[in-house]
Design a protein around this ligand. Sequence first.
Ligand code: E4P
Length: 418
Amino acid sequence: MRGVGALIGLGSSLGDRPRALELAVRMLEADAHTRVVATSRTWLNPPMGVARGAFLNGAVRVETEHSPRGLLALCKDIEKRVGRRVSERWSDRVVDLDLLLMGRVIRRGAALRLPHPHMLQRPFVMTPCLEVASDFFHPLLRCRLDACAKDASAGLISFGRLPQAFANVGGSKYTGAKTTAALRGDGMKIFIDTANIDEIREAHAWGILDGVTTNPSLIAREGGDFIETIHEICQLVKGPVSAETVSQDAEGMIKEGKLLAQISEHVVVKVPLTAAGLTATRALSDAGIDVNVTLIFQPAQALMAAKAGAAYVSPFLGRLDDIATDGVQLIEEIVTIFGNYPALGTEVLAASIRSSLHVSQVALAGCDVSTIPFKVLSKLVNHPLTMSGNAQFLADWDTVPDNDIAGQVTRWLGKRSS
Ligand code: E4P
């Protein structure tokens, strides 16, 4: 099972600082969807801003199944549980947890900015970060952390370390079968384009599913309770699940989006590329909610959605092909434009996929995600030549006198160890 690697900075300037940081790390480790992979030394740093106490800082490298929104919420919750009260910027605080990096995710909303915009300029952040995650990739500078920040520990005083030993280090604490949080660096993500839970369950069992897209037509086709369906899909897939708003005005979209986002941290709110959709995208992304802007048919529409803060844009290639226009070209152009402006951080999600050929074409174009109907996914895993080739191998193998592979290997291993 894969999780996403993330980097969290910790600081405390009030009360028993080592104890507050220790508690925070233990709470991160106690979370069912997060595993602490490495912890840094702690560093004393002179007071800043209106704070009067020296800050004790450290960093934790985790692996997590959470969405960016979910991991941020976990950090905020831990701050509260350790005893942080609302305080002004740079004032003394019992504990501070800053989400610094999460895989290659880029987010530009007011509530969540990834990578953390000031991390590289702050020695008290970078010194512990380099201890635990020098190999992490900075998606804006496009280099490893140890290449974009050198040791800046001068002026800081090493003062102890964060707790290190955890019972499950090295093992997997995740109990679900598969995580879905592939990074962009892991290749094109595969989403399934359906609201049918049996189809989702089957594709999920193949171990290749990163997320799900639904739309009102797909939901209507399945019948059943919309909210329960979305909840069940999120529980199963634990990756981005698009749920579409139906209001046509921005206010209604924002209201529906904020409500849909409460079903699960994995819900991505889908809005159409309209003027109201752009307004809603800006408001929802500023609130830390990932938005998928859908029904995109021109490259410049995708650029507008990205500028409004969309986490995903969904160009519909099949529907363009249907009207004798090259849908793959649309994908190629959007990928090129977004490549020109990598700081946008918006992922290109190829939608309205009609064939297995489309899947390879969008991967060749360098698309971040393709959302594929179950029918097309099934064709990929049931290719007639794969099937007939496999049948021939089995028929030939049947002519081998001792053709029990497991038995043969077990006997062979037994002989070697005796
Ligand atoms: C994606 O999010 C859309 O729901 C979907 O891909 C639309 O595909 P269609 O054109 O086959 O309806």
